[in-house]
Design a protein around this ligand. Structure first.
Ligand code: G3P
Ligand code: CA
Length: 328
């Protein structure tokens, strides 16, 4: 158990990036971002610059002009939905320092073994050594409610209509642990009024069973995205038959970008079924194989492949290249 006094974070640090970035982005941002494809989805926030899935990273991405803010979601022991990419905590938080005895036999700290109060005592840590300094631990782990409040609040204060793009992480694991995600998430999303006119939403998941449950069993009417990885288990989704099955449930696919590079017809075949295409993930510091730089990669996806949106860690770069390609 963590015994030291709770460290308080100056709330200003959470919004400072937004205040700073709004200053320069006000004139550069698109006037009607949601009607100007391709949309730019801030992958884990502005995670190229700040620790992923923190309010600071989300606010910075908003200020840079993102159309959607992407929180990945996992659950706590008491059922909260917190913003983490992994069901484990040790790669992106200081959990090992404060709760050394709470790891499981496999040596990992699971979010679902901690209460929200305990999660709130942790600090986020940068995942990658070449980005934000990993020793600076000043940011906390937000809940889904807090992300939505941040985006809706900024929408009101700026007059923009930025959306949220939550991903349910590993629903099968959560079900096995006695904390199924789908029904509780849908109730939460509805209570927060996501998907209503001032806060568009896409709900994404790799697990087709979870999306089907949301749509068919729970009556979810919100737009959904079937994520598709480059794993053999998911290759069937890339066939025309697979895409037809997706189109019965979802409004878009979110394929690994390498799948589009390998078969650009994926975009037109999805479009023929009414599915939008939002590939992931574009990174200035991890450019796709065969591209000279991130600009060349983004131009190819925007112009030649004709995607409807994309996930990026570097919203500013995607905005800049979109502006140069579409002149808006
Ligand atoms: O959700 C799109 C993309 O983020 C999927 O990959 O692993 O970064 O969540 P991941
Ligand atoms: Ca994600």
């Amino acid at each position: 158990m963590k015994t030291s006094s709770v460290r308080l974070v100056n709330p200003l640090i959470l919004v400072l990036p937004a205040l700073v970035m709004l200053g320069w982005s006000e004139s550069a941002r698109p006037e009607q971002p949601l009607e100007t494809p391709p949309v730019i989805i801030a992958h884990r926030g502005a995670s190229g610059y700040l620790p992923e899935h923190t309010l600071a990273a989300y606010a910075m991405a908003y200020g840079m002009g993102a159309d959607y803010i992407e929180p990945d979601l996992v659950r706590t022991r008491d059922g909260a939905f917190i913003c983490r990419h992994d069901i484990h905590l040790e790669d992106t938080t200081d959990v090992a320092k404060w709760f050394p005895d709470r790891k499981r036999a496999d040596g990992r700290w699971y979010a679902i073994d901690f209460t929200l109060d305990e999660i709130r005592q942790l600090r986020a840590r940068e995942r990658l050594s070449n980005r934000f300094p990993q020793e600076i631990e000043i940011l906390t782990i937000p809940t889904f409610e807090e992300v939505v409040q941040l985006v809706q609040g900024l929408n009101r204060s700026t007059g923009r209509k930025v959306g949220v793009y939550p991903e349910l992480k590993d629903p099968a694991f959560h079900r096995k642990e006695g904390k199924p995600m789908e029904a509780d998430f849908l109730a939460l999303a509805q209570s927060l009024k996501v998907g209503e006119k001032n806060c568009p939403v896409y709900i994404q998941c790799f697990d087709p069973d979870a999306l089907r449950r949301l749509r068919k069993e729970l009556g979810c009417a919100l737009p959904m995205v079937q994520l598709i990885s480059d794993h053999p288990m998911q290759r069937g989704m890339l066939t025309d038959k697979g895409l037809q099955a997706i189109a019965e449930i979802a409004q878009a696919i979110g394929p690994d970008k390498t799948l589009v590079d390998k078969d650009p017809s994926l975009v037109s075949r999805a479009h023929a079924l009414g599915l939008k295409v939002h590939p992931y993930t574009f990174r200035d510091d991890q450019v796709g194989s065969g591209y000279a730089d991130i600009t060349a990669e983004l131009e190819k996806f925007y112009q030649e492949y004709g995607v409807d949106g994309l996930f990026t860690d570097f919203t500013g770069t995607a905005i800049k290249v979109r502006q140069s390609v579409f002149n808006r």
